[in-house]
Write a protein that binds this ligand. Structure first.
Ligand SMILES: *Cc1c(COP(=O)(O)O)cnc(C)c1O
Length: 409
């Protein structure tokens, strides 16, 4: 166990209450199965950058043009993060300051839109994110969102519907991206539709960007005007966001992030993003990204054999969405029984009806070193957990995770 992944002695001595919280969470992550599609285990190097003195530094502005003194080292950190992101994604411009994926989307809208503009995005009932027009979010309040969906039978994006809605509503921007869509999006089809109606194309690649980095998913960079992403999902970096774009939008994007929507950049996070980009550029990450997808495909097939109805019949990515109804439970009940057995995941909308399903991913378990034999075992644990034998299943989950400690033994 690396020292950096445990509560430090300083914290234990000064604040045992909070040290216990961190230790409890460390054990929870190690002893249960982390199958939330949005989560992963960062490397000890990423954690070291996060828990560093860079957290002390104020740095409003951009490298070489800061509103604070003493930025020579954090400027190096940000320049390095930007250069690595540009090389990793083959893009002209990268802004690595967004505090989160949602902050990156807000900045993209701020760069390209005005309040009241019409935006076409995947409807929330079909897998759109809160920032794609939820009435509870700034997006739904400040813009006029029109939602496209997926086909009820196939679960696939209905590109003809996207085109029809684009022609009818003439949106200022089209957003492609989802929290639960398990297949690759056809970025070229979205680009054609956007061009036909004179709309910007914004790709919200929060989920697949790590697969893109590892060459295991198509890149939206050649097609979208602006790409928003997170750094903490399959990409395995610190919690945070980024915006990628061509040179023509660089200035607008930078001004949209700072000073329009954010203040001082979080330099510890930016250094940790640089570390993660460095890791993602190396061959082991390419192998990792492909293993994530192979594991998700194996798990989807095994779940289907156990009676789960897997949306779209499988997956191209790390992400699986499934309806457990044939096993006698809905999504929220399934999530509860799985949690009781030590299997952690989320619920999600299904392409038909108003019942919810389950959403899971293989990014974290693959980081732990699990492979296809373990995916078959996990599908068996899912079935056992839904049958209600929580205590026995929990012991089997602990036995499985005990063989794959996320931060070494
Ligand atoms: C995760 C996600 C986000 C938001 O990321 P946060 O860091 O939680 O704000 C935005 N869009 C999509 C499609 C996502 O999956």
């Amino acid at each position: 166990m690396s020292v950096m992944t445990q509560p430090t002695d300083a914290l234990r001595q000064q604040d045992p209450q909070m040290a216990d919280v961190l230790e409890g969470e460390r054990r929870r992550q190690a002893e249960t199965l982390q199958m939330s599609a949005a989560e992963n285990f960062t490397s000890p190097a990423v954690l070291a950058a996060l828990g560093s003195v860079l957290s002390n530094k104020y740095a409003e502005g951009y490298p070489g043009a800061r509103y604070h003194g003493g930025c020579e080292y954090v400027d190096l950190a940000e320049r390095t993060a930007v250069e690595r992101a540009r090389a990793l994604f083959g893009v002209e411009h990268a802004n690595v300051q967004p505090h989160s994926g949602s902050a990156a989307v807000l900045a993209a809208y701020a760069a390209l839109l005005r309040p009241g503009d019409t935006v076409l995005a995947m409807g929330l009932a079909h897998g759109g994110h809160l920032t794609h027009g939820s009435p509870a979010n700034f997006s739904g309040r400040w813009f006029d969102f029109v939602g496209y969906g997926v086909d009820a039978e196939s679960g696939l994006v209905d590109y003809e519907q996207v085109q029809r809605l684009a022609r009818a509503h003439r949106p200022k921007a089209i957003v492609c991206g989802s929290i639960s869509y398990p297949r690759h999006l056809e970025y070229s089809a979205f680009r054609e539709i956007a061009d036909e109606v004179g709309a910007y194309l914004i790709a919200d690649a929060a989920h697949p960007i790590g697969l893109v980095a590892g060459g295991a998913a198509p890149s939206p960079v050649p097609y979208a005007d602006v790409v928003c992403a997170t750094t903490h999902k399959v990409l395995r970096g610190p919690r945070g966001g980024m915006v990628l774009c061509g040179g023509e939008f660089a200035e607008r994007v930078d001004r949209a992030v700072f000073p329009f929507t954010q203040g001082g950049a979080q330099m510890h996070s930016i250094a940790a993003k640089a570390v993660a980009f460095g890791e993602a550029a190396a061959p082991p990450f390419t192998r990792y990204a492909h293993r994530v997808v192979a594991n998700a495909r194996a798990l989807a097939a095994a779940l289907e054999q156990r009676g789960f109805a897997v949306t779209t019949g499988g997956t191209d990515t790390h992400l699986i969405s499934a309806d457990p109804a044939a096993l006698g439970v809905d999504g929220p009940t399934a999530r509860g029984r799985l949690a009781a057995a030590g299997i952690v995941l989320d619920t999600c909308a299904l392409p038909y009806g108003d019942q919810r399903g389950i959403r899971l991913g293989t990014a974290a378990v693959t980081t732990q070193g699990m492979g296809e034999p373990e995916m078959a075992r996990i599908a068996g644990l899912f079935a056992a957990a839904l049958e209600g034998d929580a205590a026995r299943t929990r012991a089997e989950v602990a036995a499985l995770t005990g063989g794959f400690p996320p931060y070494g033994a």
